[in-house]
Design a protein around this ligand. Sequence first.
Ligand code: G3P
Length: 226
Amino acid sequence: MKLFIDDANVKEIRRLIDLYPIDGVTTNPTILSKTGRNPIEVLKEIREIIGPEKTIFAQAIPVEAKAIIRDAHAIVKLLSENTIVKIPSIPEGFKAIRMLKEEGIHTCGTVVYTPLQAYLAAKAGADYVAPYVNRIDNMGYDGVQVVQKIQDILTLHNFDTEILAASFKNSNQVLALCEYGIGAATCAPSVIDAFVKNIAIDGAVNDFINDFAKAAGEGKTMYDLI
Ligand code: G3P
């Protein structure tokens, strides 16, 4: 499962890219607006931080196919290779996805709440579909189950499309989908940190440090002794 950062805070992106095996960054208009900065400057800075090899997702703003395509061209021009254009999975969006596929522009059908919405985006040629796990949970349905259903449909119908599951609020939601073998998850920094935020882990690491100090002296490492 690929792992993306669902955030546009450049300080947090720098921290996470440095620590974790991250595949790239996903954004949407809301995430960009939360920075309080010019969205284009933010996207350019994210590309500089992650380098040309990692993937960045940026969303087209319009809801009419011709204008979505115009935004997609602008986004790819700005961010170059390894850029995926997020497009809302609505009728005009499917049309844009289909036309961009013919041009070789990579897309993600986003704002996915239902399996058949994902099916249409995949059939139109989207590289990814992005279901919103926690938002589906908040509607009284089971977000994880909806994503699993989408994965079954993609597999059964031999689509090349991968799932980019989004809108996670806890690591358990991510775990359930990681176990199911979905293609990608995008998570806020706090959710990624929560994968390893555990008193037992910290306790075990501290025990090793303290036990070695008893044998070799306070603050000593292997390097100091060898
Ligand atoms: O990018 C879309 C998705 O991540 C939304 O997340 O937290 O706004 O539900 P959230």
